[in-house]
Write a protein that binds this ligand. Structure first.
Ligand SMILES: Cc1cc2nc3c(=O)[nH]c(=O)nc-3n(C[C@H](O)[C@H](O)[C@H](O)COP(=O)(O)OP(=O)(O)OC[C@H]3O[C@@H](n4cnc5c(N)ncnc54)[C@H](O)[C@@H]3O)c2cc1C
Length: 485
């Protein structure tokens, strides 16, 4: 069954260990660093009841209806329906919640499509994974993930770091489960979720078996703590001044696992680098990440382009030919982002070994390269369009409430069709989207949320069809000889 926003908020009061500004956070739902952002996530859950036809699905073998993100698409139509569900939620958050609950839900559904890749000599995690998918779907649970070892010395394997337990590893095996110790980065929204899936997407040699483990644990499991980054929500002086940071700060944290016990039934891959790799790359899990991420990215570019249009109109430059060129460029980028989603769905391919389809991998993975390139260009174009208006803004909404200052702002800050309040409101939103610390984090997010480029870009070659392109060039070469002159 699907949850309400209240169900989600109630579940957050479970004693989880979150550190922020030297203090332990007591209750996310009331804390100034989290309360509005968790409310935004709760609003997503509430949207489900308003749009059940888009956001839910009946899934064979699972008590439902469940969130559509947990559905395993069997046909192109089901895959497209999943894309529409991603679009609806991402529009509700303007593309600024990267790790909304549907992100990881769809990857878990991807893993459950071919659980057999986890049936290995030594350990078979396939039944655990299937049971996990069912439990997460039936509970409409919010899963975060930490897949990357902390950035300590990237020239060395996890076992070669200056201490044994810096990267998460198995430290004990018991009859009823395993004990893990170490850290993982970056847990986006992990502090706001119900469970964290730990895994590894990067290939590791057999010598690193202790570090090759995948499992899921509740966020409040004993031994787990989150060291949160600066809270943009807490620093946001008001919703009017920082409309995005104050409400859509999904939080990022170093996640420390200090002798965390994991029962066997929650383990998916155990001391097995191949199984860890297969969990993401031999199932539709990674391409499902990309399907969601690309849909959200398309929405974010739509939103940013909308801001650019409003800013150009507010400055009354919208009809100037060079400005039309700038807006045209933005529209071309929005449609590039859209085309990648539509094409990956339209060209969907069968999942080997399963009665299911997945987005066309080579097309979908193009987003991995295109997204990080496009995002800074979009931001740059909006900054160029907006000029000094992004900076010449009163310090806070309070200036508009103070009659002496409001009189000055009313006289000197306005545009055709915009009084001081509406112009300041628009430009403050634009600043939060392109220039604030929150905006800076999004710039970095769009570059790295899929992992490091040297890890994910080779996937384009591995999972794509480079031979086809080489053959085309080869056919041209074969068409003439030295003797042809
Ligand atoms: C805002 C944000 C949120 C994120 N959220 C999550 C999340 O929720 N869950 C999660 O699991 N991950 C998440 N990530 C991704 C993850 O934590 C890493 O940031 C990402 O995998 C990149 O790894 P890294 O930062 O350690 O970069 P590194 O691997 O250190 O790479 C940084 C740069 O160093 C160079 N470099 C390093 N090693 C090599 C090499 N072997 N070959 C060539 N060049 C190299 C390259 O220039 C590379 O771009 C997030 C990242 C960001 C920025």
């Amino acid at each position: 069954m699907t949850r309400t926003g209240k169900d989600y908020l109630d579940a957050l009061r479970d004693g989880r260990t979150i550190w922020l500004d030297g203090e332990r956070v007591d209750d996310l739902t009331t804390h100034p660093a989290f309360r509005r952002s968790v409310r935004s996530i709760a609003d997503l859950y509430d949207l489900t009841a308003e749009h059940p036809e888009t956001l839910t699905a009946s899934v064979p073998g699972v008590d439902g209806p469940v969130s559509r993100a947990y559905q395993i698409p069997r046909t192109k139509d089901e895959l497209k329906a999943k894309g529409r569900a991603f679009k609806l939620w991402s529009e509700a958050t303007f593309g600024f919640l990267g790790r909304s609950p549907d992100y990881m839900a769809s990857a878990v559904a991807g893993m459950a499509t071919v659980p057999g890749v986890l049936a290995r000599d030594g350990f078979d995690g396939s039944a655990n994974l299937l049971a996990h998918w069912r439990r997460m779907a039936e509970g409409d649970l919010y899963q975060a993930h930490t897949l990357v070892n902390p950035q300590i010395d990237r020239t060395k394997a996890p076992s070669e770091q200056m201490e044994d337990d810096l990267c998460l590893r198995v430290v004990a095996e018991r009859d009823d489960g395993i004990v893990v110790r170490g850290a993982k980065m970056i847990g986006t929204a992990a502090a706001l979720a119900d469970e964290i899936l730990v895994g590894v997407t990067q290939r590791m040699p057999p010598s690193e078996a202790d570090y090759a483990v995948s499992f899921s644990v509740p966020v409040a499991a004993p031994g787990i703590s989150f060291v949160s980054r600066t809270s943009y929500e807490a620093r946001a002086t008001s919703v009017f001044d920082y409309p995005l940071a104050s409400r859509l700060d999904e939080n990022d944290a170093l996640v420390v696992y200090d002798d965390v016990f994991v029962p066997w039934e929650r383990v998916f891959a155990y001391r097995d680098p191949e199984a860890c790799h297969a969990q993401f790359w031999k199932t539709p899990a990674f391409v499902s990440f990309v399907h969601h991420g690309a849909t959200r990215f398309w929405t974010k570019l739509e939103f940013l382009t909308g801001i650019a249009i409003l800013v150009a109109k507010a400055n009354n430059v919208y009809d100037m030919p060079p400005v039309r060129m700038q807006i045209g460029k933005l529209l071309s980028w929005v449609n590039t982002a859209k085309a990648l989603v539509v094409a990956a769905e339209e060209l969907c391919e069968p999942v080997p070994g399963a009665d299911a389809v997945m987005p066309h991998r080579e097309t979908a993975y193009a987003q991995l390269a295109v997204g990080p390139d496009l995002y800074p260009k979009v931001i740059n174009e909006i900054k160029l369009l907006a000029g000094g208006g992004l900076i010449q803004l009163p310090s806070s909404y309070r200036d508009l409430l103070r009659p002496e200052v409001a009189a000055l702002l009313g006289k000197y800050v306005k545009s055709p069709g915009y009084d001081a309040e509406s112009r300041i409101k628009l430009f403050k939103l634009a600043w939060d989207a392109v220039g604030s610390e929150f905006a800076g984090r999004h710039d970095q997010y769009e570059r790295f949320y899929h992992g490091a480029p040297h890890v994910y870009l080779p996937a384009l070659v591995r999972e794509g069809d480079p031979g086809r392109y080489a053959a085309l060039a080869g056919r041209c070469l074969d068409g003439y000889e030295l003797e042809d002159g």
